[in-house]
Design a binder for this molecule. Structure first.
Ligand code: NCD
Length: 354
């Protein structure tokens, strides 16, 4: 009997809760699509795996041990939107756990120019590879690919490395892992105030981090943005429903003294339809050596990068600046995610060098 396959529109019209079970296999996460998939328990497990990978990699013989774990697996990186960090971070993560990789970054060099659909291109990758990591401009497209795999003879996990303006779940994992590491001797992530600054409407990283922080208690979020780029009403009601104290403002100055963590973002002008970004005075959302004096002395400053002007490079040497550390954390958390999805995390205990 032939199964009825939903169109992309039909599939995405369903509630997220109806779609999420499609991304699990044998009671474990399998496809990594959106932040709402991650429970608090899962986050703690993943942070612990990442800590252990990091520690092992610093031991003699540790790198070789880690690289033996998934030597038999191959990953495909399919990035049709620009990327530096997410691509290199996933590539490094694959190398840490020993996976070999292939990549397509420019679809004009693949058979898509011959008129092949992206769906068929991805199905081709799943024939050769054991994991697909993808970034694409169309919101929900990688979710649809994960759904379609159920009907294919070979079903490999898919990781969302950024789905247009929609979500960037692995960026959120690395951001929250950075918060976890920064706050672990100060009572943890719960009970703190998190500021978000910049283009909060179109920034997928902000959305994914905000969803993820709802897994903790006693959280306050302050969203400082020009009114044109404030968070969507949907995100705001989701957060309020989850018990988050939400404050919206168009003043960075108002947010600065209150926050324990400040998440800076650039204007996402690649999504402009008619020059919206050029009509906004973004200079009011820049962090300078002057205005960071108003922040708490132990607050942390994050940025998913790339930055433009929103953080003065002179701030890089301030102990509160975490955005370069986020890169290393991202590599370890992605390596942890790969081990977890392949059910290999228990093998870390076999390392005898510690
Ligand atoms: C972010 C992204 O692509 O959404 N960058 C990243 O993945 N490190 C943020 C951005 O591009 O502004």
């Amino acid at each position: 009997m032939t199964a009825t396959i939903m169109s992309r529109e039909e599939y995405l019209r369903q509630d997220l809760d109806a779609r999420l079970p499609n991304y699990e296999k044998d009671g474990r996460l399998y496809d990594i699509m959106v932040s709402q998939q991650f429970s608090r328990g899962f986050l703690e497990t993943l942070f612990d795996i990442a800590d252990r990978i990091n520690a092992i990699s610093h031991q003699p013989g540790g790198d070789d041990f880690l690289a033996s774990l998934l030597r038999h697996k191959r990953a495909m990186l399919y990035f049709t939107q620009p990327s530096t960090r997410t691509f290199l971070s996933f590539l490094s993560a694959c190398q840490i756990v020993g996976m070999r990789t292939g990549e397509v970054r420019d679809p004009s060099l693949s058979s898509e120019v011959k008129g092949e659909s992206q769906e068929d291109a991805l199905r081709t990758f799943s024939s050769y590879f054991d994991l697909i990591i993808m970034r694409d401009a169309k919101p929900g497209f990688c979710e649809y690919m994960a759904y379609l795999q159920q009907f294919a003879s070979r079903n490999v996990p898919i990781f969302n490395g950024g789905s247009g303006k929609d979500q960037h779940p692995t960026q959120a994992l690395l951001d929250v892992y950075t918060m976890h590491r920064s706050f672990q001797d100060r009572g943890g992530i719960s009970g703190k105030t998190y500021g978000f600054v910049g283009d909060l409407l179109r920034g997928r990283a902000v959305r994914s981090v905000a969803y993820l922080l709802t897994r903790y208690s006693g959280i306050k979020m302050i969203f400082a943005a020009p009114v044109e780029f404030q968070i969507s009403p949907e995100l705001e009601s989701y957060l309020v429903e989850k018990g988050i104290a939400v404050q919206k403002t168009d003043s960075l100055e108002e947010a600065l003294p209150q926050v324990d963590s400040l998440y800076m973002t650039r204007v996402q002008d690649e999504y402009d339809v008619s020059g919206e970004s050029s009509r906004v005075d973004y200079t009011r959302y820049h962090l300078t050596c002057e205005n960071i004096r108003r922040m708490k002395s132990d607050a942390i400053i994050l940025h998913p990068l790339p930055r433009r002007f929103e953080i003065d490079p002179a701030i890089d040497s301030d102990p509160r600046a975490m955005y370069w550390r986020q890169l290393r954390n991202g590599m370890y958390i992605r390596a942890a995610l790969i081990l977890y999805v392949f059910g290999m995390e228990d093998r870390l205990a076999e390392f005898g060098g510690m």
